[in-house]
Design a protein around this ligand. Structure first.
Ligand code: HEC
Ligand code: HEC
Ligand code: HEC
Ligand code: HEC
Ligand code: HEC
Ligand code: HEC
Ligand code: HEC
Length: 313
């Protein structure tokens, strides 16, 4: 009987994992594959009508689409021409195509109930209050952080803190560590992050375990990810905000883990599996009780021992 249950369980797991996998690695559409013969590689081949020769050229690195990331993004089922003009099907591309306006997230997702859980409109409101929008205006689009080719919601779907952190911080670093992209929206130099955060010990460790937005946004309980990046004067600098038993991380980064924990492993399992153990913040009631019991038992042992030694004398 037990074996039967176990087999049924294993089968269900297999089916679930297969269906998850097939969704992850669905083949790319024909339309995307056509463009990717050139845009998926560092070099492309063209037939030069002037010389009648076939020629190999270098692709502009900024115009290379990473096929692996495209496959895992939310828009992986799209043909390139679902967003870009169909005129791109011919090469050389017509010069005026460069000026083609492209759809924003809100153009497609705004006011659509299918995506209500993502709260696109609320995110837009929050974003418009952020330093980025206030200082740079319309030139700072959602796509400056969310590459439409690759975006995948990690905070919502990932089961590890480290993946969420590295994915999120890479979005910020794509400008804050890259002068060319920074200057797409500003004439300033980008401040050197290591110097700006010199007050923070173990900087690298921190940046691997917390997101930039932890310190740079106001936490909202109703949004999955806060989008209001505050000016630097309002950034979190106090260590106890995180290194204490009511760490602010519980309401931001760790709330995603909590969601997972509640649906599956239970609180203790989640803490034991959690790679980011935080001094001061993680306290497991069961472990605490156990350590008190051990302490009391040890004390009793010592007492008993001394009592015997005393009486045997
Ligand atoms: C024969 C190779 C080739 C094919 C096929 C190709 N492209 Fe391109 N594409 C290029 C090259 C090279 C550039 C760089 C600019 C140029 O030479 O026009 C480019 C530039 C672009 C740009 C950037 C334009 C700009 O300056 O901002 C976009 C967008 C683009 N291609 C989309 C597509 C789409 C969509 C398809 C498929 C429908 C496609 N391309 C098919 C070679 C190709
Ligand atoms: C969901 C919509 C969407 C799809 C699908 C899409 N693109 Fe794009 N693409 C964009 C947007 C938006 C930009 C402009 C990015 C920006 O302004 O920062 C862009 C920019 C580009 C550029 C210019 C370089 C850059 O990153 O700015 C190239 C080249 C390009 N796309 C090629 C492709 C190819 C090839 C495909 C198919 C494999 C494709 N795109 C599919 C929305 C899309
Ligand atoms: C050209 C229209 C278009 C644009 C522009 C666009 N999207 Fe999408 N997006 C879609 C469609 C259609 C789907 C559904 C794809 C599917 O089901 O395979 C989707 C799927 C998604 C999903 C997954 C929804 C779900 O629950 O399955 C997210 C998240 C998302 N988009 C975010 C964004 C963000 C963020 C932007 C801007 C950076 C953006 N999209 C720009 C049309 C668009
Ligand atoms: C300064 C960078 C930045 C800008 C600008 C930005 N976002 Fe985001 N956004 C993020 C980060 C970081 C996340 C968290 C990514 C993750 O782990 O899913 C996120 C998450 C999201 C999500 C997923 C939330 C969920 O419930 O899973 C949506 C939808 C979204 N953003 C839409 C937008 C829209 C629409 C705009 C423009 C109005 C925008 N974002 C502008 C950084 C940005
Ligand atoms: C532990 C909290 C914390 C984390 C994590 C953090 N920051 Fe900061 N950041 C601050 C504080 C506090 C300041 C203000 C420092 C000052 O004014 O002396 C600041 C300043 C800044 C500034 C302003 C620079 C200037 O002087 O103009 C930028 C830009 C910045 N941070 C970006 C980031 C990015 C990008 C990340 C993620 C890689 C990040 N921060 C992670 C707390 C943090
Ligand atoms: C498109 C490039 C770009 C991206 C992506 C980006 N930033 Fe910025 N950021 C800027 C620029 C440029 C400034 C300087 C102010 C301005 O002109 O918008 C800035 C300023 C800041 C400041 C300082 C505000 C002040 O008071 O001076 C902070 C903090 C900050 N960014 C945090 C972040 C965080 C966190 C992320 C990721 C969620 C991020 N940025 C993503 C370009 C970017
Ligand atoms: C935004 C939340 C946050 C803030 C603010 C913060 N920390 Fe941390 N800190 C963390 C996290 C998360 C870790 C990683 C714990 C781990 O996995 O080792 C960490 C790790 C550390 C470590 C390394 C511990 C070890 O295991 O080696 C030290 C030391 C530390 N922090 C000191 C500080 C000091 C001092 C400040 C104030 C100047 C500070 N932190 C501010 C979240 C924070």
């Amino acid at each position: 009987m037990l074996n039967l249950i176990r087999n049924v369980f294993a089968f269900v797991l297999l089916v679930v994992s297969l269906s998850v996998n097939s969704q992850e690695s669905r083949p790319l559409s024909e339309g995307a594959l056509h463009c990717l013969t050139c845009h998926g590689n560092q070099t492309y081949t063209l037939q030069n009508p002037w010389t009648g020769q076939e020629e190999k050229r270098l692709m502009n690195p900024y115009f290379i689409i990473d096929t692996t990331h495209y496959r895992t993004g939310v828009h992986r089922t799209f043909s390139c021409t679902d967003c870009h003009a169909t005129d791109y099907e011919t090469y050389p591309h017509a010069a005026e195509l460069k000026l083609e306006p492209l759809s924003t997230c809100l153009d497609c997702h705004g006011g659509d109930d299918t995506y209500a859980k993502y709260q696109f409109e609320r995110i837009d409101e929050e974003f418009q209050k952020s330093v980025h929008f206030v200082k740079s205006g319309e030139s700072f689009t959602c796509s400056k952080c969310h590459n439409q080719h690759y975006y995948k919601p990690t905070a919502r779907n990932s089961s590890t803190v480290s993946e969420i952190v590295s994915y999120n911080n890479a979005m910020c670093l794509s400008c804050h560590n890259n002068l060319a992209r920074f200057q797409l929206v500003s004439d300033q130099q980008n401040p050197v992050l290591a110097q700006v955060h010199a007050w923070l010990p173990n900087q690298e460790l921190h940046f691997r375990n917390v997101r930039c937005i932890e310190c740079h946004t106001q936490v909202t309980d109703t949004l999955m990810v806060s989008h209001n990046i505050l000016s630097k004067e309002h950034a979190v600098q106090k260590c106890v905000e995180c290194h204490s038993s009511n760490s602010m991380l519980k309401a931001s980064l760790y709330k995603y883990q909590n969601l997972q924990a509640r649906s599956g492993k239970g609180a203790l399992g989640a803490v034991l599996q959690n790679e980011s153990y935080l001094i001061g913040a993680n306290q497991v009631p069961a472990l605490k009780l156990l350590s008190i019991l051990i302490f009391v038992a040890a004390l009793a042992g010592v007492l008993l021992h001394s009592v015997f030694r005393f009486t045997k004398k």
